[in-house]
Design a protein around this ligand. Structure first.
Ligand SMILES: O=C(COP(=O)(O)O)[C@@H](O)CO
Length: 262
């Protein structure tokens, strides 16, 4: 993965039942992103298989929103990596702040999930983020470094090459959130880039893509994608309507072609 690729995805969260999800997938199936852009969508588990089938011949990658780390067993209500892979998905979001906040996920369980996802050929998209308190006390960077280091603990170079990280400030997510200012994101991502090099090792040539997420919209997407250490965006509300999602992707095409030509 090179620094010219830009990743743009939308996490549908707990929205769209199977019928609505399939209709949305059909609307996205013929879409061709601009050169240099890789796109993905994260439907709920209940439509993962159907959405994967609709999008199987399209460039749109399909990913789950969560998973459990064991392959099978007495884990009522959980979904494993092999189950996700069998549905036709190739990616999985791990450690989203909503899961850390409401479902007790910890850095340690995130690491277990990342390793299980990789073992089964899934690409983990690991979310890290600072709370408002951490931001206001000025410890965002320490929090993010800790979350990233534990999430990627004991991974090989091959593993690193399949991982994506999304920086999603908890205070920027959702209707009550406020989007992070681009200069702040730039500063965080530049420092995160150094943390990634520290994690992958001084001799590593792997460049782990760093995405930004949190109130990304038509108004600010270009500000984020223009930043040199931002390799894409993870979109929530603004990308749930397929037409809006495609418009968001198209709106960065000139920025991406400038990267490709550079
Ligand atoms: O949570 C996310 C951001 O949601 P927004 O609705 O864009 O604030 C991110 O994971 C995409 O779902």
């Amino acid at each position: 993965m090179d620094q010219k690729t830009v990743w743009i995805g939308t996490n549908w969260k707990m929205n769209k039942g199977p019928a609505e999800a399939v209709a949305a997938a059909r609307a996205l199936a013929a879409f061709r992103p601009p050169e240099g852009v890789r796109t993905f969508v994260n439907p709920p588990f209940t439509s993962l298989k159907d959405v994967s089938a609709v999008l199987q011949d399209s460039p749109m990658i399909v990913g789950a929103q969560n998973m459990f780390w064991e392959d099978s067993g007495a884990w009522t209500g959980e979904i494993s990596a092999p189950m996700i892979a069998e549905c036709g998905a190739s990616m999985v979001v791990i450690g989203h702040s909503e899961r850390r906040q409401h479902f007790g996920e910890t850095d340690w369980t995130v690491n277990l999930k990342v390793r299980a996802a990789l073992k089964h050929g899934l690409r983990p998209l690991v979310c890290i983020g600072d709370t408002l308190d951490e931001f206001e006390f000025g410890v965002s960077q320490e929090t993010l470094a800790r979350q990233a280091k534990i999430a990627l603990h004991e991974l090989s170079q091959e593993d690193f090459a399949r991982v994506l990280i999304a920086y999603e400030p908890v205070w920027a997510i959702g209707a009550a959130g406020r989007p992070a200012e681009a200069p702040f994101v730039s500063q965080i991502h530049t420092k995160l880039r150094a943390v990634m090099q520290d994690i992958t090792g001084p001799d590593s040539t792997v460049r782990i893509p760093l995405l930004y997420g949190g109130s990304v919209s038509q108004t600010n997407i270009r500000d984020y994608v223009a930043l040199p250490d931002v390799d894409g965006v993870l979109i929530g509300r603004a990308g749930w309507e397929p037409a809006d999602f495609m418009k968001l992707i198209d709106s960065v095409s000139t920025l991406v072609s400038a990267r490709v030509d550079a």
